[in-house]
Design a protein around this ligand. Sequence first.
Ligand SMILES: Cc1ncc(C[n+]2csc(CCOP(=O)(O)OP(=O)(O)O)c2C)c(N)n1
Ligand SMILES: [Mg+2]
Length: 362
Amino acid sequence: MTARRYRRAADYLAAAMIYLRDNVLLDEPLRAEHLKPRLLGHWGTCPGITFAYRGLNKLVKDSGRRTLLVTGPGHGAPAVHANLWLEGTHEVFDPALGRDRAGLTELVRRFSWPGGFPSHLSPAVPGVVNEGGELGYALSTAFGAAADDPGLLVACIVGDGEAETGPTAASWHGGTFFDDPAHGQVLPILHLNGYKISSPTVYASMADEDLIAHFRALGWAPRVVDVESTADPDAELDAALAAADRRTMVLLRSPKGWGVPREDAGGRPLEGTFHAHQVPLEHDQVELVERWLRSYRPEELSPTGCRTGTCWTNCRRRTCVSAGYRRRTGVRCGGSCRCRTSRSSPWPPTSPPARRGPPARG
Ligand SMILES: Cc1ncc(C[n+]2csc(CCOP(=O)(O)OP(=O)(O)O)c2C)c(N)n1
Ligand SMILES: [Mg+2]
């Protein structure tokens, strides 16, 4: 499955989770009764999360590295569920979420539904160690997860709104202590989609060169991936992730709500604006919702044109799907214990850490 096709599947699933309780593969024309009665979710951050997630899964597959993802924008839970389903992690933990039509229907219905998945990420979701809902702690959680676990890569998506919180502003300094090989590697991905809830963000408003200078001063070596300024943004992300070392962070620019219609039926702009933050279209615009959902061509997402959903992940060219949930969720020792390897240096250290020089210019 190509990167774009994979993202198309994941983006479709995330949007379907927010909107649909029936007709989940659009086998028939969309009608109001197919929509959930209360539309509750956050679309705006989802396509960017999936963009990063797809790249990280390729990295896991290519490198075999145990990798944990800490998702700061936990309100983007539909994207994480979509990816967990596509890669097969969900079905490991819950056979009702198998990668077939029944599992897909269950996944879509369960989101934001009484007794189902909460609208935000929670520790009940496989691989999630950071509760969604209160922004600010993703990066410090990522450092905590990487501490004393030398083989672990902890990727951490930080929203540009979350990045304006005091806790996150302080957390960038965590890298100071993580040059120590006794620890895992933290790889921040600052998601610059331009907006928090309804106003622009400081970081997204800064020029690339100023952002790079700012984060270099904090000890990071930033790599910019701007999905709108390149023909193959997935390849650009793959290159950045493959070359990532302990100093690397990714500055990811993508439009808020990437993929939603440019404007609603009344001409209100959606894609790339704060209007895309939560539910971009309400019940009264069911025709536009259908057009949007069909733009992902759910009927074509299987290579054979079958409509069971299984081929989305079981096709032979699974180039971008994770090599297994244990690696993807950072699990070791069967998952139930958090055993410690012996440290290569004493803790707390008996002498102050060596001063870090500036990261190499890249
Ligand atoms: C501490 C805290 N303050 C406010 C909120 C309300 N809130 C929910 S989502 C959001 C915007 C987040 O923006 P950003 O981090 O840029 O995420 P994205 O744009 O990817 O949705 C805010 C302010 C919150 N969840 N936590
Ligand atoms: Mg944002």
